[in-house]
Design a protein around this ligand. Sequence first.
Ligand SMILES: [Zn+2]
Length: 418
Amino acid sequence: MSHYRIKCRKCRTVLKETYCAFCEHCADALLITEYAEKFLPEQDMDGIWRFNWLPVHLPELAQPGPVVYKSSGLAGMLGLDDLYVAFNGYWPEKGAHITTCTFKEFEAAVVIENAHGNGIEGMVVASAGNTARAFAHLSSVTGFPVVIIVPKMCLFEMWYLEGSMNVPTLALEDGDYSDAIDLARRISVDLGYPFEGGVKNIAKRDGLGIVLLEAVSKIGKLPDSYFQAVGSGTGAIAVWEMSERFLLDGRFGWKAPVLHLAQNLPFAPMVKAWQNGSRRLAKEDLNPKLIEQITTRVISTRYPAYSVQGGVYDALLATGGRMYGMENDEVFSAMDLFEEAEGVDIVPAAGVAVAALQKAVKENHVDKKDTILLNITGGGEKGLRQEMTTKRVKPVFISKEITDKAIEDLKCRILKTG
Ligand SMILES: [Zn+2]
């Protein structure tokens, strides 16, 4: 008996299989996981596996989780009474032990354990940076084979932990994150490993939703408002889905947190669509040239899960949410502010979320007394580098015009080195 089942958002069909990381039902809707039991975290267990709302039966990997704490520094500066920080990264003095310094490590852990438990033998992952590092790390820790594809434009800000350097990584010379996804699909067919599935993979979303599981177990209730920077939107959708599970549970509040989601201007297709009241992203807002002008390329996908049923548009609509577009200089000053206030460095994407929180306070979109959860999606890189060796990624370069014959040759190379 499985403790969960998978259901289609659109037609409500319950799937016969409990493994469906890469399949679709209705093409324009997301599948979601339904858990049989109420929220029952194991009190005497550490890490993410103490949560019963994860699609994994017998995890083998030890995986630390987020640290959620009540802020005094930043809360004081912003005049907020009940601000909680979900810190995802490396900050051992605070109990945070995520050595890849990103919340994507929860996604990778749940996806790999979910796939492994269902007989999947390997996986192809497309990433703009953080997801690559997380999967590479957990592939090297678990021995689960992963092939990673990243756009070359993201390489300059990409690093791996020393132990991940043998994980096969391909860099796309002539394309962005979206082209990397297209190529990942092509290569996955040849390699016989499935593509990780992006937002469609229920394990990916439930893994990112761990941030809310940890927050609710710490705070004892759902927050009123939730702040996060979004690229594909997968993390925000995950938090909304988890909040719906909490509402059904009934013991943690009667209203889902209002989603306050932010992007880095000028590449902010979801901000622009939402402000126009549109479920469709405008083509001119997806121009790759705009990506070159932002600080946070890790949140630069041109294929966000916005329009799909159960996606970001629906999540914003359901929660009375709001979107914020933040300029590069606002992002940098928010990063400095956070470090000064809380005592730890954060990544630029997390700076986008902090900047959005500053703006929301200034424009009265939140109340001083609200319980607010701020998702710091990555941080602590400075401290990590003092203790561990990090390396620049050394990929094999390929073109999106790669022929099937060249993919075949690559496959031999990958399987030999992998
Ligand atoms: Zn359906």
